[in-house]
Write a new protein. Structure first.
Length: 125
C-alpha cells in the first residue's frame, strides 16, 4: 500500500533513498530529505506491506499536471517482485489526472516497468 511520508519515517526513508546512486553522500541525502519536507511540490511516498516499509517513491508535481518521478527505491531483499511497478501504478491511481514521467535517474526503471511484458515477477520492476 502506498502511503504518504511522515517525519516519523525519516530514518527508513533515508535508508531507502540511500540506495539511489546519486544519494550516497550523507549531505546530499540530507538535502534531498529537506527538499521533500519543505517544498510542497516534492512529495515522498512509502510502500508498506504488513508492518514493513519496503519501498519509496519521490515525486515532483509540476504546475502543468506532470508528476516527475525523482526517486524510486525498493529494499534489496524485496526486489524483483514487482513492487516498483505496483508503487508507480498506485501513484497513477491516486492521481489519475496527472501524467507520470521519469527524470534521468529513474528513466531506465520507468521504461522497463512500463513495458507490457515486464509485468511478471523477476522482471526487475
Amino acid at each position: 500500500m502506498l502511503i504518504r511520508y511522515k517525519k516519523a519515517f525519516e530514518k527508513i526513508a533515508m535508508g531507502l533513498l540511500s540506495f539511489m546512486p546519486n544519494e550516497k553522500d550523507l549531505k546530499k541525502l540530507q538535502q534531498t530529505m529537506r527538499n521533500y519536507e519543505t517544498d510542497d511540490s516534492w512529495q515522498l511516498f512509502l510502500w508498506k506491506e504488513g508492518e514493513d516499509i519496503i519501498g519509496l517513491l519521490g515525486v515532483n508535481f509540476t504546475e502543468d499536471k506532470i508528476m516527475q518521478l525523482l526517486h524510486i527505491s525498493v529494499n534489496p531483499s524485496h526486489r524483483h517482485q514487482g513492487i516498483g511497478r505496483r508503487m508507480v501504478n498506485s501513484l497513477q491511481e491516486m492521481f489519475p489526472e496527472w501524467t507520470a514521467v521519469a527524470n534521468a535517474e529513474t528513466a531506465s526503471f520507468f521504461e522497463k516497468c512500463s513495458e507490457e511484458d515486464n509485468s511478471v515477477e523477476g522482471s526487475g520492476c
